[in-house]
Each structure stands twice: as structure tokens, then as C-alpha cells.
Design a binder for this molecule. Structure first.
Ligand SMILES: Cc1cc2nc3c(=O)[nH]c(=O)nc-3n(C[C@H](O)[C@H](O)[C@H](O)COP(=O)(O)O)c2cc1C
Length: 227
């Protein structure tokens, strides 16, 4: 079906968006318009929190079990924001956690540019890559920064404390929450030439193990919280 103003090229089948084919047609069309309108508004006029006030969770997608697995296991997300001059700003955030099926959050410790960019242009993309299975997930949507003196901060902090401990969490200036409006899986082109996941896992495990100096091999019981 051709939708006016919509990119009609075929989307990968493993992509989930907030506008699933299960929804009524009128919502697909008007929903897409709403998305573009929301993007424009959120980028130019609306403070990040206003998006969810306007639409609630209507524009959000639910991550699949496989997507959640990758995010939960990898923890480190590469977060892209848009700088004032329109150039990309990308940096790793190792404290990423799933808030629920439609939200990712991370602790802001030392990410001044990400926070500034989100305040002006809240749409972000975050990528997670499993370097062993050579698979990943990419998510996009508006983000908002919750300062450490905000009531919501205290509600969001407990899972971070469990995962990372009090020392690291005491460094948080705030927490960034990303509303996921679209998400898709990524797989390495290695799979296109017939590679199988167990073989890739073995190959890359060996590769990364060999990169470790002898002195950094873990001692028994050395599994402290660290990013
Ligand atoms: C492995 C790794 C994990 C990191 N995790 C976080 C994090 O969870 N939160 C944070 O604020 N900074 C984290 N950082 C630091 C930021 O990525 C870094 O300070 C970056 O320059 C911030 O850039 P920005 O101001 O453009 O966001 C991490 C860096 C690395 C290398």
C-alpha cells in the first residue's frame, strides 16, 4: 500500500514500529502524520516531557524478547543525538537498563553534550551490539532528562543501585529515559554468507580473549559492579 509522503521501500520484516499493520488503516495514515508532526514539534517547540503528555504511550512500540535480551545482556548503548549544528553526536552509555518493554534509561554521569542536545532536539537513536553473536538492536524515539533532584529520579534509581551499586549511582546527575517509537534488529552480513551463530560466537570469543593481556585475566570472585 502506498501512503502519501511515506517511504514505500520495503522495510525489514524484523522492524517494529509504533504503527503496526494490526492497527486500523486510518490510524496508520494519521498515525504516521502524527509521528512526523510530533517529531517536528518535539524538535522545535515542545519540551521533551510534553510528547508523552500529548500521546501517552500511543506512539510507543514493545520490544521483542530477543531485543530485550540483547539490551539486558550488553548494557552498553551507543547513543546518538543531534548537535546544534546538525551534526551527529554519538557516545557510549554503559549504564543502560530497560525500564519496561518500551523504555530504555541510562545514568547521566559525564554526558554534557547528550543532555544539552536532548533538551533542544529530544529524538535520539541508541544501538546495542552483541559482539559475539554479531547481532544488534537499534531503537529510536524522544528522550528526556530527569534531574537528580526530581521526584521521578528517586523512583527510577533502585534498579540502577542493584545493577551498579551505590558508589557509581552517587555520581548520577540525572537519568535519561528514552521512549521507544521504533526498533529493529540488526544482523551482521556474515550471516548472508552462511555463517552460523555458534561458529561466530566461538570465533569472536577467541578473538577478544586473545586481545586480553595475561595480567587482566579475571581472578576468582572479581565480578564487581563496573561500567
Ligand atoms: C564504556 C563506557 C561507558 C560509559 N558509560 C557512561 C554512562 O553510562 N553514562 C555517562 O554519562 N557517561 C558514560 N560514559 C562516558 C561518556 O560516553 C563520555 O564522557 C562522552 O564523552 C560523553 O559525551 P557526550 O557529552 O557527547 O554525551 C561511558 C564511556 C565509556 C567508554
Amino acid at each position: 500500500m502506498r501512503l502519501p509522503g511515506h517511504d514505500n521501500r520495503q522495510q525489514p520484516t524484523d522492524r517494529v514500529t509504533s504503527l503496526s499493520p494490526g492497527l486500523p488503516l486510518y490510524f496508520m495514515y494519521n498515525g504516521r502524520r502524527a509521528c512526523r508532526w510530533a517529531d517536528t514539534l518535539s524538535a522545535r517547540y515542545i519540551r521533551p516531557t510534553s510528547l508523552s503528555k500529548l500521546y501517552g504511550d500511543a506512539l510507543l512500540v514493545k520490544l521483542t524478547a530477543e531485543m530485550r535480551r540483547i539490551i539486558e545482556e550488553q548494557k552498553i548503548g551507543y547513543v546518538a543525538t543531534v548537535a546544534p549544528d546538525g551534526t551527529p553526536n554519538l557516545s557510549p552509555k554503559g549504564t543502560c537498563l530497560l525500564l519496561d518493554d518500551s523504555h530504555i534509561m541510562f545514568g547521566e554521569i559525564r554526558s554534557p553534550n547528550t543532555v544539552k542536545n536532548i533538551a533542544e532536539r529530544p529524538i535520539v537513536e541508541v544501538n546495542f551490539v552483541d559482539i559475539f553473536s554479531r547481532k544488534g538492536v537499534r531503537c529510536k524515539g524522544p528522550a528526556r532528562f530527569i534531574r537528580h533532584d526530581d521526584d521521578e529520579f528517586d523512583k527510577l534509581l533502585p534498579p540502577f543501585r542493584i545493577e551498579w551499586g551505590d558508589d557509581l549511582c552517587s555520581l548520577f546527575h540525572g537519568i535519561v529515559v528514552i521512549d521507544i517509537e521504533s526498533a529493529s534488529n540488526m544482523v551482521s552480513p556474515a550471516y548472508d554468507i552462511g555463517s552460523k551463530e555458534p561458529d561466530l560466537r566461538q570465533r569472536w570469543l577467541k578473538y577478544f580473549s586473545n586481545l586480553q593481556p595475561e595480567s587482566s585475566k579475571p581472578a576468582r570472585g572479581s565480578d564487581e559492579n563496573t561500567i
